[in-house]
Design a binder for this molecule. Structure first.
Ligand code: GLU
Length: 399
């Protein structure tokens, strides 16, 4: 009898990638789909970054590199952490990886073990919990409330602690809610985390896509957290480089060393040409980052307005960062469509794909089954058209 590894057998597919793949297949088969599914900027990678890749390839940068990345990239990551986040790291304390996801996986697998509990405030990105489960540690989901701006409160964190609590994964701006944790809240949370000796994995992948003042980094607010905590980030969203697969982690040399050994055994270095492009992305002029963020701000306003005029969709909180809106669709639940009754966010996503030809991701795997996630990393024309289609489809629902 064929038998799979227990943890892999229990692994869910990534809901975000699965929906994006379905939308892609439908498009290829000739269906006119608008995708608000994957969180992938529609902008092209800036030319200066592509040019750095061309040059690197022409110069023969086509061989293995050290598993955790070339020295220039590690230095560029250290310089970025200083410039953007006010954090001091040495090259021995950083590693490059093939995407933020790989960085998180290798760090989580290096830090946590069976018998440990890792706290994940929800709604949360679909991959955090699955990555923690793969490590053998237990996931402790800690729901936040929509009426409270999806903010994790220090008292709630305190109440969720057990003798097994070892870590927490924080993500601000948050995918999928767009919530930004303020400096005051970060410092309240920091007190509890220091006291509980938690290793904090802080995912700042959307840090430049933010519509409020950017708060200082958690580890700048509370430097003691830096002693056991890890910064994870990626170039995917900031520089429109999703396909290049470059992410990174920074933390204590012991953890980064372990994660680098793990990477050395399971995949080796991130793509050598993408690393050269990443050096240029991080070290070169940062104007495109601001230009892209401004466009996301305009789309944010458009999307909030359109969602608020849709029947059955409630958007309590205006997203303050990232490029997602996470409306509550509970008013639609119980409605009938040709395939049955809408029972949760995933069903609403199915309905929108079939009836409106618009791909969104159901909230179930984000830990919020009464919601759907809409990515506005697509053009304003696409967004206008998508919301027209959604409005028409919803009109056809029967109660
Ligand atoms: N992080 C993006 C998203 O949430 C890209 C897909 C993925 O890796 O989940 O859509």
């Amino acid at each position: 009898m064929l038998r799979l590894n227990r943890r892999v057998a229990a692994l869910k597919p990534s809901a975000t990638l699965a929906m994006e793949a379905r939308a892609g297949e439908l498009k290829q088969s000739g269906v006119d789909i608008i995708s608000l599914a994957a969180g992938e900027p529609d902008f092209d990678t800036p030319e200066r970054i592509k040019e750095a890749a061309r040059k690197a390839m022409a110069a023969g940068a086509t061989k293995y590199t050290p598993a955790a990345g070339i020295r220039e990239l590690k230095q560029a990551i250290c310089a970025k952490l200083k410039r953007d986040n006010g954090l001091d790291y040495k090259p021995t304390e950083v590693m490059a990886a093939a995407g933020g996801k790989q960085a998180i996986y290798n760090v989580v697998a290096s830090l946590f073990d069976e018998g440990d509990e890792v706290i994940i405030p929800t709604p949360a990105w679909v991959s955090f919990a699955e990555i923690v489960r793969l490590s053998g540690a237990e996931v402790k989901l800690l729901p936040t409330r929509e009426s409270d701006g999806f903010q994790l409160r220090a008292e709630e964190l305190k109440r969720a602690l057990t003798p097994k609590s070892r870590g927490i994964i924080l993500n601000s701006p948050c995918n999928p809610t767009g919530a930004v944790t303020s400096a005051e809240q970060l410092s309240e949370l920091a007190k509890v985390m220091v006291e509980a000796n938690l290793s904090v994995i802080f995912d700042g992948v959307y840090e430049h896509i933010i519509y409020v003042d950017r708060p200082p980094h958690l580890f700048a607010i509370e430097p003691r957290l830096k002693e056991t905590g890890i910064v994870v980030n990626s170039l995917s969203k900031t520089y429109a480089m999703t396909g290049w697969r470059v992410g990174f982690a920074a933390g204590p040399a012991e953890v980064i060393g372990a994660a680098s050994r793990l990477q050395g055994q399971n995949s080796g270095n991130p793509n050598s040409i993408a690393q050269a492009a990443a050096v240029e992305a991080l070290n070169g002029p940062q104007d495109e980052v601001r230009t892209m963020a401004e466009e996301f701000r305009a789309r944010n306003r458009l999307v909030v307005e359109r969602i608020r005029s849709l029947t059955g969709f409630k958007l309590v909180n205006v997203p303050e960062g990232a490029f997602y809106a996470f409306p509550n669709v509970s008013e639609l639940l119980g409605s009938k469509w040709p395939r049955g009754v809408l029972s949760d966010g995933n069903q609403v996503a199915e309905f929108l794909l079939e009836e409106a030809k618009v791909a969104v991701v159901g909230g179930n795997d984000f830990g919020a089954p009464e919601h759907v996630r809409m990515s506005y990393a697509t053009s304003r024309e696409n967004l206008e058209e998508a919301f027209k289609r959604i409005a028409n489809a919803v009109r056809k629902l029967k109660s």
